[in-house]
Write a protein that binds this ligand. Sequence first.
Ligand code: HEM
Length: 400
Amino acid sequence: MTTTSTTSAPAADWVDPAALAIDPYPTYRRLLDECPVAWVPALNRYLVTSFAGCRAIEEDQETFSAAVSGGGATMARALGAQPMLRKDDPEHAHERRAINPTLRPKSLRERWAPVFERNARAQLEVLRQRGPGDADLNRDYAAPVASQNLVDLLGLRGTGVEDMRRWSHAFIAGTGNLLDDAEIWRRCDAARDEVDTLLDELVPHLREHPDGSITSALAGAGLPASQVAANVKLTIAGGMNEPQHMVTNVVWALSRHPDQRARALADPALWPTVFDETVRWLSPIGMYPRETTRDVVLQDVLLPAGAPVGVVVGAANRDDAAFEHADRFDITRPRLPHLGFGSGTHLCAGHWAARIAIGEIAVPLLYAELPSVRTDPRRAESWDGWVFRGLTALPVTWDA
Ligand code: HEM
């Protein structure tokens, strides 16, 4: 990170948040080509888009802290206390250690894969009954499967998929509520009260009767009730939307690449590769924040102490310096690590859960049952967002 010619960050005053939300990839391309470490006035933060820059940030959490001021305050307000995501080690590690065993591949495959499969099969029936002229993959499959999987993984028995969806959206909106919108706080506070009430009963019960869920692991780790609750709410915010978006992203990508779809249908061992290439190519989390603790030079650019930095993994995953023809969706490309799940100390705690529940179960089952499933060009699809990006509607059809 040291260099011979240091400059202050170029200002990318042409970046338009509205254009980013519609389709961030043209903006990412220009930032990568012209100024991979840039000051972006419209967002009031530095954006780092290069793969090497994003990796360097994650390798130095003492300089690039996750305990960011603005966004950290709204997250603590939204979730009732600061969760692990906005803490640095060793505090972060203490909480993270509690949930790791539940989310390891062995425990997920043995304990949770049958649950994920049951949830996917039940919802496939709903999708099939909707029929090829009316089905919306997001509404009828992706969202309810992701929601039910998270209800089960968290051990929140009795919670409906619609409640989980509502809470998840309310916490995400609250966490990003930098402009203090009163209506967003109202919905977020209502969701927080509902979840806290549920946990007030559940956590003491789980301390006595562990059940293998994430909430049980947090309760059994000796953390104070407020920290258990904050991390359960963090997982509600982070554990539903992205798996949901990955179901629709894979079908969208394969519908545009019929040759690659045919390969996956012919060789089911390719599904994990399809999943990972889709996380790289259409990353459901585009950007997450860090804050510098001192003056630092990143890729020849000086960042002052206290600088708000956006780690734009959605762009880094399209950096040609890291991936050949990075803009191409290609399940045959050499397998290289991408940044779709972050990296370093905050590497997504649920990455194996997502890979197994969606990449190995929900998507392969969908294609096994409906091999001709594809996007339906007669009805409108809709994308939204760049910090969190996904399809809010994906009409699909199949040969009946
Ligand atoms: C494809 C699906 C998913 C994607 C793309 C994704 C992405 C990410 C990313 C990029 C981060 C790092 C954010 C940062 O450093 O600021 C993260 C953290 C996290 N994710 Fe995920 N996630 C997914 C699924 C899940 C699931 C299913 C769960 C829970 C069951 C989950 C729980 C978490 C938690 C608890 C953290 C915080 C980890 C820490 O602070 O150490 N995620 N995720």
